[in-house]
Design a protein around this ligand. Structure first.
Ligand code: TRP
Length: 450
């Protein structure tokens, strides 16, 4: 077993609400704000939303419950948790999580840096009318690097503070602000002239489009990324729980909040796109749409656009921040459990994360490729292995841990069946369909450097 951090007691959440908000904060991120609604329009509106919800219920909730169980049961970071429950053979999975954490944070922080830059520009001098040119200046090069490093600095500052005084406190402040901004923006978007038509386009059920392989795999990948699964982030957060709450219920709450935010974000984005005639600008790239199309709309609104645009990108920044702290915490927790001081771990690995982001700050193709490989493929691999671990290696203990809060044997049985059979089968199919795009991304990763 790992040496625990000497005589220092392990940090923990002060309240259950703090844990829930932090977990929702991890889940709600850049993935919710644009990608969800973007895929929804490609994939048949309300019919897509239905399928997505189904995937969240069938795949997301059981996997999140499993991560919660392992974390709370062991009170350790994923590496220590897997070692104590599964023996040394399972330790590499913990390292895969740590590597995945670095992988995601490396490019996630670059995009988060853009959102900061946009928020500051919108509230200050105003975003220039030619948003395409502006994005070109902001997205790569020394500027991108600077804001990426700044964002990492803020992330480190919060993680440095620990669970109670850092992550929990930040979540208690940032998440309510995020909800307020989101609701305010949704109400404002409702008043836009084209909002009815936009809701129609967003939500018109089109069953014909949903059952395309591409849409289904996109939806499943999106659900996984959006719920922060497959990388030990939820496991790590749950390792700081000391109450007997029903973990399945908490997984439902977190998933529902995550879905709710994604859904409402669509109600913000679509009316803007429709009202300002940006439909043609929303090209193939979802990132381009977010950072080029929407600001065009804001810019055409004059003074009001400053406020709305500033609020919008501030909201994205808060969403990104509460997600990136969970990514860094996975890495930091692993080393705190091995006896490192938290301060040192936060600083050292924050610096490492900032360095691993350098290629993404200089090349958006590279950024996209890392997202496809780590943000999609690797997470599914991680999720599959978590299911195998929980469903086949430690099922009786895991069931016992779940039973501390969930009395119903029927629901626990349902969870076990999902984790043992249904989810692994679905994830295997998904991995198979992802092989080709992932291979393409691997090639891009190398050519981006040539
Ligand atoms: N869920 C976040 C989003 O939607 C991203 C994220 C944070 C994440 N932590 C994670 C994704 C852990 C996978 C694993 O933007």
């Amino acid at each position: 077993m790992q040496p625990s951090s000497g005589s220092r007691p392990r940090d923990a959440w002060a309240t259950n609400a703090g844990f829930l908000l932090a977990a929702v904060g991890s889940a709600v991120g850049l993935g919710n704000m644009w990608r969800f609604s973007y895929i929804a329009t490609q994939g048949g509106g309300a019919a897509f939303v239905g399928i997505y919800l189904l995937l969240v219920a069938v795949i997301g909730v059981p996997v999140m419950t499993s991560e919660f169980i392992v974390g709370r049961m062991t009170q350790r970071s994923p590496i220590g948790a897997l070692r104590s429950l599964g023996g040394p053979r399972w330790v590499p999975l913990g390292w895969l999580f740590v590597a995945g954490g670095f992988g995601i944070i490396s490019y996630y922080s670059v995009i988060a840096g853009w959102t900061m830059r946009y928020a500051v520009t919108a509230l200050g001098p105003g975003i220039p009318a030619d948003t395409g040119v502006f994005f070109g200046e902001v997205a790569t090069g020394a500027d991108a690097l600077l804001w990426h490093v700044l964002f990492m600095g803020i992330t480190v500052f919060i993680v440095y503070g620990g669970i109670k005084k850092g992550i929990e406190r930040a979540s208690l402040i940032l998440m309510p602000l995020l909800f307020l901004l989101l609701v305010g923006l949704a109400v404002w978007a409702f008043t836009l002239p084209e909002s009815r038509a936009a809701y129609g386009a967003y939500l018109d059920p089109n069953l014909g489009q949903v059952f395309h392989r591409r849409i289904l795999t996109d939806a499943a990948g999106q659900a996984f990324f959006s719920l922060s699964l497959g990388m030990g982030a939820m496991m790590t957060y749950a390792s700081y729980i000391q109450t007997k709450h029903d973990l399945a219920r908490e997984a439902v709450i977190v998933s529902a909040c995550d879905f709710g935010v994604a859904f409402v974000a669509g109600l913000v984005v679509f009316p803007i796109v429709f009202t300002f005639g940006l439909r043609d600008l929303v090209g193939e790239s979802s990132v381009g749409a977010l950072f080029i199309s929407l600001p065009t709309g804001f810019a055409s609104m004059g003074a009001a656009g400053k406020l709305v645009g500033g609020g919008f990108f501030l909201m994205l920044f808060f969403a990104a921040l509460t997600s990136s702290i969970s990514l860094l915490e996975v890495v930091v927790a692993a080393f705190v459990d091995r006896g490192w001081a938290r301060h040192r771990a936060a600083l050292v690995f924050g610096l490492v994360a900032a360095l691993t982001g350098v290629p993404s700050a200089f090349n958006t193709d590279f950024l996209g490729a890392v997202d496809a490989i780590v943000g999609n493929f690797l997470l599914i691999v991680g999720g599959l292995l978590i299911c195998v671990f929980v469903g086949y290696r430690i099922l009786p203990q895991a069931d016992g841990e779940l039973a501390r809060g969930l009395d119903s044997p029927i629901l626990r049985r349902l969870w076990a069946v999902l984790v043992r059979y249904v989810v692994p089968a679905l994830l295997l199919a998904l991995l198979f369909f992802m092989l080709e795009p992932t291979w393409e991304a691997v090639k891009t990763l190398f050519t981006a450097w040539m």
